[in-house]
Design a protein around this ligand. Structure first.
Ligand code: SF4
Ligand code: SF4
Length: 185
């Protein structure tokens, strides 16, 4: 009998304690009631922007496209019009598309990129009514990436290698590929 009362009082105490606790859930979709995302949160992949040069980090090398397990990416490169005077990147991305409806957010594209050019952003709300409406093109991917960079104060993991600013060396500009380029007077 006494054990039963103790158990009842203990249960009541837990109930009362929980009743006054702050909610641990959020009401969707009201933006002011949402939980904050941690910096390490992995949303959809997005392309990063090199603000020092004014171009994407992506050179269109296609490594991520080849490694993507769901084959939801495509990319094309072009000669970089800013190379060599304004950028060390000989090639630059021309078009890029990710079918985000097929992306499984595995992060492999980020892991295999050697240029700090793609990150798992915080974007995760892309529901659409149309079947193919989640194909993100280059401007969309860059916009997502710039929002992400600004939000978390992103910095490249390998800035010496991947910063696009031309590095002035004796006798000319370093092309970034181990080749000096003479500057015309
Ligand atoms: S995101 Fe990285 S791996 Fe993918 S094409 Fe651009 S530079 Fe290459
Ligand atoms: S996160 Fe995975 S599935 Fe999505 S684009 Fe990158 S490699 Fe492909």
């Amino acid at each position: 009998m006494i054990g039963g009362i103790i158990g009842f009082v203990g249960g009541l105490a837990v109930t009362l304690k929980s009743a006054w606790r702050e909610p641990v859930t959020a009401e969707y979709p009201e933006s002011e009631k949402r939980l904050n995302l941690e910096d390490r949160y992995m949303g959809f992949p997005a392309l990063t922007w090199d603000g020092d040069v004014g171009e994407p980090y992506c050179t269109g090398c296609m490594v991520c496209v080849r490694e993507c397990p769901t084959q939801c990416m495509s990319a094309e490169m072009k000669d970089n019009p800013l190379y060599p005077l304004k950028s060390r990147r000989r090639k630059i991305i021309d078009s890029f598309e990710i079918n985000l409806a097929r992306c499984i957010l595995c992060g492999i594209c980020v892991d295999v990129c050697s240029f700090d050019a793609i990150e798992m952003s915080h974007e995760h709300e892309l529901s659409k009514y149309e079947r193919n409406a989640n194909r993100a093109d280059l401007p969309s991917l860059i916009s997502m990436g710039r929002d992400y960079q600004k939000k978390i104060g992103w910095n490249p993991r390998n800035p010496e290698k991947n910063n696009g600013l031309p590095q002035v060396e004796e006798g000319g500009l370093d092309s970034g590929a181990g080749e000096a380029v003479e500057v015309e007077e």
